[in-house]
Design a protein around this ligand. Sequence first.
Ligand SMILES: [Zn+2]
Length: 301
Amino acid sequence: MRADSLPLWACPRDGHFPLTLSAPEAPAADIRAGALACPRCGSAYPIRDGIPDFLLLEEDESGRIKRMELESREQELDWPAEFQQVYESQVEAEAVLARLQLSPHDLMLDAGCGFGRITRRALDTGAEVVAADFSFARLRTLRAHTGPGDRVELAVADANHLPLRPATFTKILSTQVLEHLPTPDLRRAFVRRLLELLKPGGALVLTAYNFDEARRRKGEPAEGYHNSGVFYHCYNAAELRADLQGFEVKEITGIRHYLRGMYKMRRSGRAGYAVDHLLEKVPALSLRFGSLLLAHAVKPQ
Ligand SMILES: [Zn+2]
């Protein structure tokens, strides 16, 4: 954690800022150990291995479901190498980055960055990035893929308790996080909080599972648990739009399409990507066959 990142953080319990920093090696530019404390409620958040830990989970059933997800996610700590996963991550990254239009002037929040495959690509644009995830272990994977030239701050935090100061970010990215929050109230609260964290005129690009044809045809329920124990809720476009209340919605489309022959085309290289991205522009198809929904929305001035 860089010492000059202090103005970014706010108490995840009561929203108070600024927090106070105590660090044994202060005033170092790079803080490796110590704590951030909230002068209002007295909570202290430890800095471990340079990463502040703000993790706070609900004490009810929702917190239990989130902890199950956290344990499951931490079974996988390396970037995937298997073709299908690499392809899917690449298509999603290209789709979100095309909408975000990042530049070195941007300060972007990656809310629920996981182990940061897409975060890495956002950093390549020169943008400054705050990457938050509930898994410390996964953040360390992301950090292993960053270097001294990257402007990145990492934080351990739950999506529903983001430890950040309002009206801070010019861009927010959140990929496949919303659908894993276990109740409609938590999902709506997450989106409302992202609205609060954006500067006026700032843009949100978000992806979430689509209740697509493939899922419907297999008779899968719109909501349930993966075999891994991870909760999910598949969205449809109207429902996602409703959750984006307060935003000016620019686009809702489907991405990562599952159509007959698509898999073979993907194997053939760039043509597969081109066709996949072309379909994004045809909502009548993409909203049915895209495995994810993508929303691009702006905070009104
Ligand atoms: Zn506090």
